[in-house]
Write a protein that binds this ligand. Structure first.
Ligand code: HPA
Length: 247
């Protein structure tokens, strides 16, 4: 079974799923997620003929949750039998070639949250955090369907405030292509459980200072909604291709 975590504004992805059953966050031992655009439930069903569980809504550090709670959904899905995880998020783009409304597959990340979901001596290797073979499959599927799919580095910050232009210049210097407030801790958690991960950023806006525009959470949600269809097609294509496979 594949676990898919949906980011801000990407809830319409759930409409492509043939639903079998739902479990609310509280029933899974998680707190209710509260932010605008987040629902807080797990949806079990089929997508592209494959068994999946969607995590609709997620918990963020900026809501005040500690890193263990932020990643509790990943551990719960793995306990339910998830063997691979797809993470999605909304992000600002600071790569001038990656225009808002397109998607970026994460080649790597910068964990700038200052924290980790791992406790104790969990010295896990993250030299290939995002699964190379799975990324190749998505890359090939995007090419064959004519979908624009960028690849780049995601900087994960704590938030909740958007960045300043000076912070965005710093992130660009550090090698980031996109910036957001999720995903990195979930990736670390999944990798510590030996679960392969791929992640996708819906580039909803130019990062601060790239243009004169001010950042608006509603705009982020709206762009996410519009771009969700391309990701639905890509997921259905890749998951459908190996519908005979076990996981
Ligand atoms: N910065 C941080 N997080 C975000 C952004 C952004 O510009 N857009 C969507 N999530």
């Amino acid at each position: 079974m594949i676990g898919i975590v949906l980011g801000s504004g990407l809830g319409t992805l759930a409409e492509a799923v043939v639903v079998e059953r739902e479990v609310s966050f509280p029933d899974a031992g998680l707190p209710d997620s509260s932010v605008l655009g987040h629902e807080g439930k797990f949806v079990f069903g089929k997508l592209g003929g494959r068994s999946i569980v969607l995590m609709k809504g997620r918990l963020h550090l900026y809501e005040g949750y500690d890193p263990r709670l932020v990643t509790a959904g990943v551990r719960w899905m793995v306990a339910q039998g998830v063997t691979k995880i797809i993470l999605t998020n909304a992000a600002g783009t600071l790569n001038r070639e990656f225009i808002p409304g397109t998607w970026m597959m994460l080649s790597d990340h910068l964990n700038l949250t200052g924290t980790s979901p791992l406790q104790g001596a969990d010295f896990i290797d993250l030299s290939v955090a995002y699964d190379a073979d799975w990324r190749s499959e998505f890359r090939a599927a995007a090419v064959s369907s004519g979908m624009v799919l960028h690849e780049g580095v995601y900087a994960g910050l704590r938030g909740p405030q958007y960045e300043t232009p000076a912070e965005i210049r710093m992130l660009a210097t550090l090698g980031a292509d996109a910036v957001g407030m999720s995903t990195v801790l979930e990736t670390i958690q999944a990798r510590s459980l030996k679960i392969p991960v791929v992640a996708f950023s819906c580039l909803t806006n130019w990062a601060a200072g790239i243009t004169q525009a001010q950042l608006d959470h509603r705009e982020v949600l709206e762009t996410g909604k519009q771009a969700a269809q391309a990701m639905i097609c890509l997921l259905a294509q890749v998951l459908g291709e190996r519908s005979g496979a076990r996981n």
